[in-house]
Design a protein around this ligand. Sequence first.
Ligand SMILES: [Zn+2]
Length: 227
Amino acid sequence: MEPMGFQRGLNHLLYLGVDVGVIVTDRSPSIRKMMRESYANIRHEYDPWHVNKSLKKKLVTISNKKDNRELRPWVRSITNHLYWACSSSHGDGQECVRRWLTILNHIRGIHRWEDNGREYTCAHRPLSEDEQEKKRWLEHDSSAFRAFREVAQDKNLLRDLQQMALFKHTGSIEVYHNVTLKYAPKRLHFTYDSMRARTQLAIMDHNMNIGRQQATTREASSPEAPA
Ligand SMILES: [Zn+2]
């Protein structure tokens, strides 16, 4: 059902003459295949939030093992780093992968290194001696580092990262889908007319609320809050 709806929707846009440059989806295998085979001239990107979610799950699983406990305090920094790699590589897929992999140096306390005769540094500000001393870097031959390296260098992740360098998100369509579910819950069956009316109601509701300012918690709205 999903690929069929996707294809019909996209074909309709193309039929109307919309110049579709980029499509952003989750990593559904059937959509992937369809984009590759039928829409090769449209750039296909993956939503970083979905990828980050599955990365986080893996990191939590490995850091729950007794031998890998030192990885646990790093989980948040690692997932932030993934966002940073995607958001700062200006659409260059190779650069996105390269930036992501710099975490393998940083996490061991290495902030300047050479690769293929070129010198690279971390993008953060230089750390003070005190900061360098206090941070709990991972040891190169520790179980935690080896387990993390395996996740970081996973060939599927590296392949997907090449299609995340535009840092495009699917969040807004997911918000719309949630509104639709309110009017047309999946577990109930509706006739075609009813489904159509309910979808139209969801669209009206959604459109009424577009552009509202995002609510913030007390912490997030205070100037001292960490970014
Ligand atoms: Zn660093």
